[in-house]
Design a protein around this ligand. Structure first.
Ligand SMILES: [Zn+2]
Length: 164
C-alpha cells in the first residue's frame, strides 16, 4: 500500500517533469514570472477583488495557447494548472477557507450588509431584526451551517444544492 503510494507519487513526478521538459525549463520559469506580475498588477490596480481574480481566464488562456501549439487538451490543462499554482504561490496568494467562502462570513467579519429579507426564508424583515425574521429561522439557519461544516465535501455540495 505504502510502496504503491510512493511508486504512484514517483510516476506523477516523472509525468510532471516530462510536461515541464516539453515546455522547456527557461520558458516555464518565464511564464511563471510574467504571470506573477499580471496577477499582482491586476490586484493592485483594483481590476480583481483578490489575487485569485484571474485564475480562470489565465488557466483557459494558457491551455488555449498550448493547444494551438499542438499540445493535447489534458496535458495542456495539467501544466497550465501547475504553472498557475507556482505563480500564485510566488505572488503570495492564499486560498480562503471554506467558511470564508460562505455568504455569512462577511456579516460575521463585521462588514455591514443591510438586508431587506430574512436570510433563511426571504420574508421581509421586521424592525429590529437585522438578519432573520424570527428566532426559529435564526436557529434553523445556524443548525444548517453546523451540519454543513460537519459534512464532508460531497455531502456539503449535495446539501447546498438541494436548498437552492
Ligand atoms: Zn425567516
Amino acid at each position: 500500500m505504502l510502496v504503491s503510494l510512493v511508486q504512484q507519487r514517483k510516476l506523477e513526478r516523472q509525468a510532471r517533469d516530462a510536461r515541464r521538459g516539453k515546455l522547456g525549463r527557461g520558458r516555464y520559469d518565464n511564464i511563471v514570472k510574467e504571470l506573477v506580475d499580471v496577477i499582482r498588477l491586476a490586484f493592485e490596480a483594483g481590476a480583481t477583488g483578490s489575487l485569485w481574480g484571474l485564475e480562470g481566464p489565465l488557466r483557459a488562456g494558457l491551455r488555449s495557447d498550448l493547444c494551438l501549439q499542438g499540445w493535447g487538451w489534458e496535458s495542456a490543462d495539467l501544466i497550465a494548472r501547475e504553472i498557475l499554482a507556482e505563480a500564485f504561490r510566488a505572488a503570495g496568494a492564499k486560498r480562503p477557507t471554506w467558511n470564508e467562502g460562505q455568504p455569512e462570513w462577511t456579516v460575521e467579519a463585521g462588514t455591514i450588509i443591510e438586508r431587506a429579507s430574512c436570510a433563511r426564508c426571504h420574508k421581509p424583515l421586521p424592525d429590529g431584526r437585522p438578519k432573520f425574521c424570527s428566532d426559529l429561522c435564526k436557529a434553523s439557519h445556524h443548525q444548517r451551517l453546523i451540519n454543513l461544516r460537519r459534512a464532508n465535501e460531497d455531502t456539503a455540495i449535495r446539501m447546498a444544492t438541494r436548498s437552492i
